[in-house]
Design a protein around this ligand. Structure first.
Ligand code: IDP
Ligand code: MG
Length: 149
């Protein structure tokens, strides 16, 4: 099973979309192995978005992501990295299909509600930025019996 890192960005929390978004991942059958509400510091934001340093939107992105609390989580399932990105939809909500989180709940690329890691390597790196090892739980996920052949 693959793990990926997901963040409900400040706009998602402020717009009361946490329950709705969590429900989508739960209903897909993803096992939530870590989950918390937190404020992202400038330092964490810089680590998370290091690949975008120097781009025109970078200062705005850091301001956005540190502006108010976010919900971070680690979800586990088959091909979790790419499946989560499908559920999230295209980066620009105007390109995101209806039925995706960004397609249903966002209009602006700078307020696109949700983050999902883009590769297994990124997922590992991002999980280690936001979670301590003892915040990731190992437990028996009952629905697995009915999710997998
Ligand atoms: P992703 O979140 O779909 O992986 P990335 O290209 O990695 O997209 O960009 C990271 C985040 O930076 C986006 O989710 C969005 O919040 C922000 N971003 C990317 N491009 C722009 C832009 O052109 N204007 C404003 N914000 C942007
Ligand atoms: Mg990205």
């Amino acid at each position: 099973m693959e793990q990926t890192f997901v963040m409900i960005k400040p706009d998602g929390v402020q717009r009361s979309l946490v329950g709705e978004i969590l429900a989508r991942f739960e209903k897909k059958g993803f096992k939530i192995v870590g989950l918390k509400l937190m404020k992202v510091t400038e330092e964490l934001a810089g680590l998370h978005y290091q690949e975008h340093k120097g781009k025109p939107f970078y200062p705005g992105l850091i301001k956005y992501i540190t502006s108010a609390p976010v919900v971070v989580m680690v979800v586990e399932g088959k091909n979790a990295v790419s499946e989560v990105r499908k559920i999230n939809g295209a980066t620009n909500p105007l390109d995101a299909q209806p039925g995706t989180i960004r397609g249903d709940f966002a209009q602006d690329i700078g307020r696109n509600v949700i983050h999902g890691s883009d590769s297994v390597e990124s997922a590992k790196r991002e999980i280690s930025i936001y979670f301590k090892q003892d915040e990731l739980l190992e437990y028996n996920y009952a629905p697995a019996t009915w999710l997998f052949e």
